[in-house]
Design a protein around this ligand. Structure first.
Ligand SMILES: [Zn+2]
Ligand SMILES: [Zn+2]
Length: 237
């Protein structure tokens, strides 16, 4: 980690320690090999610090036991290799949802196959699909998630319906929030909509705080600021 920027997860100061006992990488879970961590005990190994972003998403989703999809996504989005806007959000959304869902259900052994399928399905969605094809990749990611957990196919009935309904709900909310596109805002909306959908239609109530305050607004020159529901200084209307 870059000492001048602090911890990428919590922003606090980085320190050197000679006691590596119990110190593990936040993303892959492996034991620490060098001595720099933050004052809150966050450690990131050299491999995870420089891993390609899709690989890091996969590594973290397989290793974490978290069941709050927004917390999972936030840690990944804070990684310096994660773009402010980019096609990796199309994989992030189904990956964090699948991880949270299977961890919550006590079925973490199901994650690997599902995550690999989500990666294959999402990698065909290019950056800018929202504007060029009128379908945000984060919304598609919620439909991919429902398709995978219900094992939908083109010949399914209820599962096919739920998957398409999921995408429609996310996309409607994303569209109503207005442009310009913001991959953070649109992903947050997708997560909140998917969590509500699971509760309402699948009877699965994931834990976690869904009241999101966006930490990325300052680095986004196109941020719609007070117009965005996730803007920290949003004035109450
Ligand atoms: Zn930290
Ligand atoms: Zn690591």
């Amino acid at each position: 980690m870059n000492p001048s920027k602090g911890c990428i997860l919590c922003g606090d100061e980085l320190v050197y320690t000679n006691d590596l006992s119990g110190l593990t990488c936040h993303f892959c879970g492996k034991e620490a090999v060098n001595q720099q961590s933050c004052v809150n005990g966050h450690y990131i190994c050299p491999t995870c610090e420089s891993a390609p972003i899709e690989e890091l998403i996969m590594t973290f989703c397989l290793s974490t036991a978290a069941s709050d999809p927004i917390a999972i996504a936030m840690d990944l989005m804070n990684h310096p290799s994660f773009s402010l806007h980019g096609a990796e959000h199309h994989f992030l959304v189904p990956a964090a949802l699948l991880t949270a869902f299977y961890n919550f259900k006590g079925q973490s052994g199901m994650k690997k196959v599902a995550l690999e399928a989500a990666y294959e399905r999402s990698k065909g969605i290019p950056y800018g699909f929202c504007a060029l094809n009128g379908t945000c990749g984060a919304a598609v990611g919620t439909g991919t998630f429902i398709s995978l957990i219900t094992t939908a196919s083109t010949l399914s009935e209820k599962e096919w319906q739920l998957s398409n309904m999921m995408t429609a709900r996310s996309l409607d909310r994303i569209a109503r929030s207005g442009g310009p596109r913001c991959c953070k805002r649109d992903s947050f909306i997708a997560f909140v909509t998917a969590v509500e959908f699971m509760d309402e239609l699948l009877g699965v109530r994931l834990p976690g705080n869904t009241r999101i305050t966006c930490p990325f607004h300052a680095s986004n020159r196109n941020c719609s600021r007070e117009e965005c529901i996730f803007y920290p200084e949003k004035k109450e209307k």
